[in-house]
Write a protein that binds this ligand. Sequence first.
Ligand SMILES: Nc1ncnc2c1ncn2[C@@H]1O[C@H](COP(=O)(O)OP(=O)(O)OP(=O)(O)O)[C@@H](O)[C@H]1O
Length: 311
Amino acid sequence: MITVENLTKRYGDHVAVNDVSFVCKPGLVTGFLGPNGAGKSTTMRIMVGLTPPTSGSVRIGDRPYREIPNPAAQVGVLLDASAQHAGRTGAEILRLTAMTLGVPSSRVDEMFDLVSLTPDEANRRVRNYSLGMRQRLGIANALIGDPHILILDEPANGLDPAGIHWMRSLLRDYANRGGTVLLSSHLLHEIEIIADEILVIGQGRIVAEGTKEELLAGSGTRVRSLDDDALAHAMSVAGIAAQPVTEGGFTADAAPEDIGRIALRQQIPLVELRVGDGAQLEEMFLQLTQQTQRESVPTFRDATALQGAQS
Ligand SMILES: Nc1ncnc2c1ncn2[C@@H]1O[C@H](COP(=O)(O)OP(=O)(O)OP(=O)(O)O)[C@@H](O)[C@H]1O
């Protein structure tokens, strides 16, 4: 179990992590999702004692990381896959970790097998590794001490789709055996594929958390009609907020039956009316974090203003 309580990190006037609290439970893969600069890496660095927090605390099990004896045997950490010594071979790096942790050197070959790096690749220098190979080596390095907790910062970065599915199986199996996993990503589809529980962070704050189903539950209704302008107007009169969707129609903050009744009253034929799905999770992610997005996300208000300006 990882317990993060009221964690805050300030760099001068800038608040990188703002009163963040969450728990990561054994047997689950917890995904830490947020756009660039949201505060994911800072939170993870604080968790493993590399950055001091301004305030708040993190417990790994029952104590802070720095107080865990032989921590790498308890907590596997991958923060930056490119931070390995580029002049060493993958095998040398894992052998050194095995020696430091006091685990048998036979674990080294087991780990290369586990992360699907061939003996030839194991004996190549890390400077000649692709990013995906570095990630696999980093995961092997995190797992070699047989820890029961894994903290992985953007581990899927550089992996191809097959690699992401491979990682999902690896982490699923690890969690099924009772392990606790926290992994970060700025890409929703990676987190969606791999995580059981999702924490969404934006501008240093947790803006949503729960299972994928829970996150979607409050995320409104997808609606499309033969006259979206008229429907938007009718919804707005009824006090229902709606955001336009790029492929047409809206996501509306109301139950499908409410939207259906409005459409019926206005005699507007509907061509789509349903609760959220995976695509909607992406919209929700963009909405939840839009203040931190570098690219602005159009809102319904923007869209009507634009239509007004064009007419
Ligand atoms: N040492 C530091 N000094 C000053 N500001 C920092 C420092 N480290 C991080 N920050 C700032 O804190 C904020 C959060 O950064 P962080 O690296 O935690 O984000 P992130 O969510 O991991 O982003 P990414 O997905 O791009 O890796 C950013 O605005 C960053 O510029």
